[in-house]
Design a binder for this molecule. Structure first.
Ligand SMILES: CSCCC(=O)C(=O)COP(=O)(O)O
Ligand SMILES: [Zn+2]
Length: 204
């Protein structure tokens, strides 16, 4: 196995494990969710469309260019590929992106136009934050089946608000990212925890 194949195998395994864990937590029901890792400045390893994310295997991934087109034209990349590509094009430090469909993120994103998270210790998992005494705003975008249009909308917001730590799509799910799968996964876990806390607080 050459170095490139070894790297792909490691990234694949990290995403398979994230999928199993997310499914065990109820964050990627049915075939919801998608995951990716940037392999180089112009190639991304991304989940194929329609796979159950708790049951991913090596052939559940494919390599695509930053334009979202699979290198092997016979494979179908995630329906939401362009949302991943927007992140990699927006910030070269982003190395992995993970998308979940949890109950908490779905309910909150249907109720609010942004989610304010303040005073949580787990905020320290988010970029640039080193104290619980902080506040972040997670934007909520209207869902759109035109993913190119949705990606352009996200991009416009992120250019105006480069501190955006993650985002939600209304009634749909969360997009979070990091330098690698481990960091993106920690951020998903922290955000899903804080969203559950917010949902519990609203029930009181
Ligand atoms: C079956 S859920 C609808 C599509 C979606 O929101 C999703 O996250 C999964 O789509 P993919 O094409 O990446 O499997
Ligand atoms: Zn989705």
């Amino acid at each position: 196995m050459n170095d490139n194949a070894k790297q792909i195998a490691l990234h694949t395994q990290a995403m398979i494990e994230a999928g199993r864990m997310f499914h065990s937590r109820g964050w990627v029901p049915a075939t919801g969710g998608n995951f990716s890792v940037k392999l180089s400045s112009d190639q991304v390893l991304i989940t194929a469309s329609g796979w159950h994310k708790g049951e991913l295997a090596a052939d559940g991934f494919l390599v695509a260019g930053l334009d979202g087109k699979p290198l092997d034209a016979t494979r179908k990349a995630s329906y939401e590929t362009l949302l991943h590509m927007q992140l990699y094009q927006h910030d070269s430090k982003i190395g992995a992106a993970l998308h979940t469909h949890s109950i908490a993120n779905t309910v909150l994103s249907r109720r609010h136009s942004k989610i304010r998270l303040a005073g949580y210790e787990l905020l320290k998992l988010l970029p640039g934050i080193n104290t619980h005494d902080a506040e972040v705003s997670v934007p909520v975008f209207a869902n759109d089946q035109d993913i190119a249009r949705l990606a352009a909308h996200v991009d416009e917001h992120m250019k105006q608000h480069p501190e955006t730590p993650a985002y939600l799509i209304a009634g749909h799910g969360l997009y979070a990212w990091g330098a690698n799968v481990a960091q993106a996964r920690h951020r998903v876990e922290a955000l899903e925890f804080m969203f559950e806390c917010e949902l519990w607080s609203e029930k009181k």
